[in-house]
Ligand binder design. Structure first.
Ligand SMILES: Cc1cc2nc3c(=O)[nH]c(=O)nc-3n(C[C@H](O)[C@H](O)[C@H](O)COP(=O)(O)OP(=O)(O)OC[C@H]3O[C@@H](n4cnc5c(N)ncnc54)[C@H](O)[C@@H]3O)c2cc1C
Length: 405
């Protein structure tokens, strides 16, 4: 391979692609990121960065800045929505002996992506090419070639390895004929953002999960453009409702007033509706191609694990490539990436997010009673609460991954 080809290609400049690019660049590896849009997407989507992920962001010099731009939050509450009663409070300080970060940081994903991009600019051998849509991928024994639609028409980009970070509809996954196994929920999630202060008015903390047999909900605070910040409320909505119906002012106000009635209309600064999947790629490695982030797995957002898992992929994949590059490992270590990340995605992220949704939406009175009683008991027992939070913080998943392969 020529020197020009000795680089790593990354498809997609979402937070996962840019974080992988930064980690590789910091190890002296030239990277080219190809992004189909003209600029970074500013869709707020992910908000919660868990302790296990903060540890990784710390290694690449992003944790402090994420903390400055976000909100530090050590608690989360479970509520019984029909009774408007807090059932259980969990505090990450119980994890103080396990991690330097016994808290989460509420930092919108576009801020993480922008931060990674600004740091990446310090590496002159690496570049991010916007308006470059990947349309195909080919590989042979020593290189990967991407076919790209760029501003000057079709062109090719060549590298030693490729990380496909091109989101849930990944062309890299599809071109590599990798099945995306799992299911799509029959309902969608609708998200509204409002500056209304739920902490002052309702005693909410920055992360709240509401169990309700009729309409569960999640309520989070993010920093937005600065104080006073924004609250994001998430509800399920049924597939038969058209987007315009779910997003109309009337529907938004009705839903918010049903959630927490108040005298005036809610000010809504952002609204969106998402299709929700639980899917995992059948393999995360295909020769010189690795899948990471939403390209490799999708899950419902209850518990805030999708992007976190994607960042764990990015760091793990970059680590494997760095070792190969430095001659400390051979290419079979890419299989270990597949084993570590795919196994923990199934065992932890998929299992927990499916369970989270079931817990909040339970309709059967007895099941609901048992669920809420279990949360209450767990919160009052520090040993059980800690074990539960080792899962929610994703520390257990990362430690399990380290034992695999
Ligand atoms: C409502 C909601 C709330 C969420 N909350 C959380 C949360 O709190 N915590 C959490 O961890 N996760 C959360 N998630 C999940 C999180 O948003 C995703 O996991 C995250 O966006 C994945 O990042 P990514 O970089 O893999 O993919 P993306 O963010 O989708 O980025 C993919 C990039 O690839 C580009 N691209 C696509 N196709 C091509 C192509 N052919 N060529 C070139 N470029 C291409 C896209 O333009 C995009 O820039 C939430 C999701 C939703 C919907």
């Amino acid at each position: 391979m020529t020197k020009k080809n000795k680089r790593v290609l990354i498809a997609g400049a979402g937070p996962v692609g840019l974080i992988a690019a930064l980690k590789l660049s910091q190890a002296g590896i030239p990277v080219t990121v190809l992004e189909k849009e003209n600029q970074l997407l500013d869709d707020p989507r992910a908000a919660t960065t868990h302790p296990a992920t903060l540890e990784m962001l710390d290694e690449i010099g992003m944790a402090d800045e994420a903390e400055k731009q976000g909100l530090v939050c050590d608690e989360f509450y479970f509520w019984d929505r029909p009774k408007n009663e807090i059932i259980a409070k969990f505090n990450h300080r119980l994890l103080a002996s396990e991690t330097k970060f016994p808290y989460v940081v509420q930092c919108e994903q576009f801020k993480l992506a922008k931060l990674a991009l600004s740091k990446l600019k310090n590496y002159s051998d690496s570049s991010v090419l916007f308006a470059h849509e990947v349309i195909g991928v080919e590989q042979d024994t020593d290189k990967v070639t991407l076919i790209v639609n760029g501003p000057n028409g079709e062109e090719a980009a060549t590298g030693s390895f490729l990380i496909g970070c091109d989101g849930g509809r990944s062309i890299i996954r599809k071109s590599s004929n990798i099945d995306f196994e799992g299911f799509t929920y029959p309902e969608r999630f609708v998200v509204y953002s409002t500056p209304f202060d739920f902490e002052a008015a309702r005693g909410c903390c920055y992360r709240n999960y509401y169990a309700d047999p009729d309409e569960w909900s999640n309520l989070f605070k993010v920093s937005g453009d600065g104080p006073p910040g924004l609250w994001r409320a998430v509800f399920p909505t049924d597939m038969s409702q058209a987007d315009e119906e779910v997003m109309s002012d009337k529907a938004v106000q009705l839903r918010m007033q049903k959630f927490f009635p108040k005298d005036s209309d809610y000010e809504i600064t952002h609204r969106n509706v998402y299709t929700i999947n639980q899917r995992v790629a059948k393999k995360f490695r295909h020769g010189r191609v690795l899948l990471a982030g939403d390209a490799a797995h999708l899950n419902n957002s209850i518990g805030g694990m999708g992007l976190n898992g994607g960042i764990h992929d990015a760091i793990n994949a970059a680590d494997k490539i760095i070792k190969i590059w430095q001659g400390e490992a051979d290419e079979t270590s890419l299989d270990i990436y597949d084993i570590q990340r795919r196994t923990t995605t199934h065992e932890f992220t998929q299992a927990q997010t499916i369970a989270n949704k079931k817990r909040l939406e339970a309709k059967d009175a007895q099941t609901r009673k048992e669920n809420l009683a279990e949360l209450k008991e767990m919160a009052l027992d520090p040993t059980r609460a800690k074990k539960f939070m080792m899962g929610t913080s994703m520390l257990s998943a990362v430690r399990r991954a380290a034992t695999l392969g």
